[in-house]
Design a protein around this ligand. Structure first.
Ligand SMILES: NC(=O)c1ccc[n+]([C@@H]2O[C@H](COP(=O)([O-])OP(=O)(O)OC[C@H]3O[C@@H](n4cnc5c(N)ncnc54)[C@H](OP(=O)(O)O)[C@@H]3O)[C@@H](O)[C@H]2O)c1
Length: 235
């Protein structure tokens, strides 16, 4: 039996990833920072619920204790994320972004990944086939954001892509440090969720596919890589 924890799984890609992994036979912990919304999602999905705010040490440590007491963890999906908005549709650009806005975004998207991974490493190390999936997206790619021919080149925001590029570095460094684990970054696509005010062009079903696939890779699968639905991506 494979036990999987998904952060930020009360809605969006995390929720759909939970649905698909439960269908594939995983025991899934849906985690959320809001107990009521998280519990409701878990009940609807047939998942377990655990309270977990990725910016809060106490909830992360309590969640790790609960899951350890229940039997441990095989797969961690670092999915929770935020995009700080200057207005309803865009995030601050290089002309306006402040250190506080950067810190806010990094607190969830990058430090949150470290906080959660650090707390669950001892459990993952006890698993026979430990896996970590970091949901970063295409805006993490330095190669694509700096290439004029890339569809993501136009993106003017700073904090969100910088925080996700930082997670790509976490993927590389953790994967080297823990060669017995499969640790990868994934890009789900441009998915219609609250994160982009539902302006995405693909469904959560399509977006979750690569997350679910990388959550199910066996010990012979890749590690320290960055993938979308079609294969490896440039960093
Ligand atoms: N949608 C896209 O096109 C796209 C593309 C590339 C990558 N991604 C990444 O995919 C992941 C999921 O995003 P989504 O598109 O599904 O957006 P979403 O529907 O807005 O879901 C984001 C989830 O993260 C949770 N969250 C935010 N801050 C949190 C915190 N401090 N602690 C715990 N949970 C927290 C949210 O909880 P609340 O409901 O409490 O806010 C929500 O459950 C994110 O990492 C995002 O960057 C999305």
């Amino acid at each position: 039996m494979t036990t999987t924890l998904i952060t930020g799984a009360n809605k969006g890609l995390g929720h759909e990833t939970a649905r698909q992994l439960i269908a594939a036979g995983h025991t899934v912990y849906v985690s959320a920072r809001d107990a009521e919304r998280g519990r409701r999602a878990a009940e609807q999905l047939g998942a377990r619920f655990v309270l977990l705010d990725v910016t809060d040490d106490a909830t992360v440590e309590a969640a790790a204790k609960t899951i350890a007491a229940d039997g441990g963890l095989d797969v961690l999906i670092n999915n929770a994320g935020t995009a700080s908005r200057a207005d309803a549709h865009s995030e601050p650009t290089a002309a306006t972004v402040t250190a506080d806005q950067m810190r806010d975004t990094f607190e969830t998207n990058a430090f949150g990944v470290v906080r959660v991974t650090h707390a669950f490493l001892p459990l993952l190390q006890r698993s026979a086939a430990p896996v970590v999936v970091n949901v970063v997206g295409g805006l993490a790619s330095l190669t694509n954001l700096s290439a004029p021919e890339s569809p993501t080149h136009f993106y003017p925001g700073v904090a969100y892509p910088a925080s996700k590029t930082a997670v790509n570095m976490l993927t590389v460094q953790y994967a080297k440090a823990f060669p017995d684990m499969r640790i990868n970054s994934v890009e789900p696509g441009f998915i219609k969720t609250d994160l982009n005010d539902n302006t995405g062009t693909q469904s959560v079903e399509e977006g979750a596919e690569v997350i679910v696939r990388m959550a199910q890779i066996g010990p012979d699968g890749p590690t320290g890589g960055y993938f979308d639905a079609n294969g490896p991506l440039p960093w």
